[in-house]
Design a binder for this molecule. Sequence first.
Ligand SMILES: [Ca+2]
Ligand SMILES: [Ca+2]
Length: 319
Amino acid sequence: MAAKELTVTKLLPALLAAALLAGCAPTENALTTPPVDPPSADTTAPVVNVSTPTSASTYSTSSSTLDLAGSASDNVGVTSVTWANDRGGSGSASGTGSWSISSLTLMNGSNAITITAQDMAGNSGATTLTVTVTSAPPPADTIVPTISINAPTSGPAFTSPSSTVNLSGAASDNTGVTQVTWASDRGVSGAATGSTGWSIASIALQSGNNVITVTAHDAAGNMAGDSLTVTYNPSTTSYRIQWDAVADARVSGYRLHYSVGPFGSGAVANIIDVGNATFTDVNRTILGVNAGTTVYFGVTAVGSGMESALSDPISSVIN
Ligand SMILES: [Ca+2]
Ligand SMILES: [Ca+2]
């Protein structure tokens, strides 16, 4: 035994000798573990990174939710990863060193999403991903409007008794009728009043056929039209209307009244002041009526701010 102890003592000098003296058996650990320093405060903040959906600082999506994932690291250890959206909402990620967030709610426009990693000492590191939610463009409107002329007729042709015509009708569209326009192949055009219920007053007619097209427009630029052929055939035949003078000192002149319907029937009465004369010439260009139309004529006496009752009317079929 003595020889064995001597050999060991020779191989491992002072420390082993001391251990033997203290009655302790030497171990490998006692020889290799370095001295441990007293603990010091951790002042190193974690580092956090986003890898999904991007490692860039900005991202665009048309979705209203977002899945995020990334990593975090720290000199000691990451204890939590949390998130906050400057547009509202916050929470904890799943995981720490490798973390993820599912179905984070996004608002329209810009969302600054800050991911924060924390360590046990309370140090934190953060990164921000700015997510822009772009609203998806609406599908293009390819549905054309509808339009119909309902007056003076819903048919394809109309013979106008006068040199102007009023049109009205209806229009519709899936997204809305923005405008109704009109044009005559005889050179005049304009915009109608109204949209789904529209009207056009006093379109000037030329002699012969006037093809008037009305067009409904929608916001996408789709158009649809309807047309009406309006025939106007004025004649230049003249009438001479004569009447007897009234023996009344108050009478200073006469008025010729004429109409394409009987007086008092609602037909528009036209008036020509003829002064102190007992006749006037009327032709159908002035009347603006078509052949075959019955025209009614009557005369009143005027003076001193008064007008007499209408004479007995006479009528004539224009030929
Ligand atoms: Ca740390
Ligand atoms: Ca449409």
